[in-house]
Ligand binder design. Structure first.
Ligand code: ZN
Ligand code: ZN
Length: 190
């Protein structure tokens, strides 16, 4: 079995988190080049690039993996991602380089409080969300209460080895099946 060949950490990082995500990825999609990050994720030189669907809006992050990686089930995150929950990570500004054009959706805390649906922006004190004006992907954001960091929607990295969330919120709005997708009785698309 290929997994045993690579020991506890498939990617060779000596990192349990990376090992879990990389092994799961390997099991589903036996193409190692898609799973292995190009460098040690704990190093100062480790680099990832988040891109919108059309590719013109890019966020390059260089350095260790972030401390804050969150999963949110709130209705705003559902609407924004077009999915049943959203996952994002915040990186110190000095680790981040942004290229390309974005349109910003600015939402103040007062505006967020008046929305008819529950949302994490209200709790976080407002924020600015940057999406590609051509293809619509929301790639990055900044929380008004945390301007020292840039938030990145981790789906834009398309990196199955990205570490899993460390925080989760708004579970009352969770689609009950959403965290059990591996056990769903579904037909698998090729
Ligand atoms: Zn785009
Ligand atoms: Zn949210």
């Amino acid at each position: 079995m290929a997994l045993a060949t690579f020991g506890t950490c498939f990617a060779g990082f000596g990192c349990g988190v990376a090992a879990i995500s990389a092994q799961r990825c390997w099991q589903r999609n036996p193409q190692p080049t898609r799973c292995v990050s190009p460098s040690d994720p704990h190093s100062q030189n480790h680099q990832r690039i988040a891109k919108c669907n059309c590719g013109q809006l890019n966020v390059t992050v260089t350095g260790p993996d972030p401390e804050r990686i969150s999963l949110c089930h709130c209705n705003l995150c559902q609407k924004q991602s077009g999915n049943v929950f959203a996952v994002q990570a915040r990186f110190p500004k000095e680790q981040v380089k942004i290229e390309g054009t974005s349109t910003v959706w600015k939402l103040t805390k007062d505006e967020a409080d008046k929305l008819e649906y529950r949302n994490c922006v209200s709790l976080g004190g407002g924020g600015s969300f940057h999406f590609c004006p051509r293809c619509g992907s929301t790639v990055w954001y900044m929380a008004d209460a945390d301007t020292a960091r840039i938030g990145v929607k981790i789906g834009c990295f398309t990196d199955p080895a990205f570490p899993p969330p460390k925080l989760s919120g708004f579970e009352d709005y969770c689609h009950p099946w959403a965290l059990e997708t591996a056990s769903l009785a579904v037909q698998h698309l090729k």
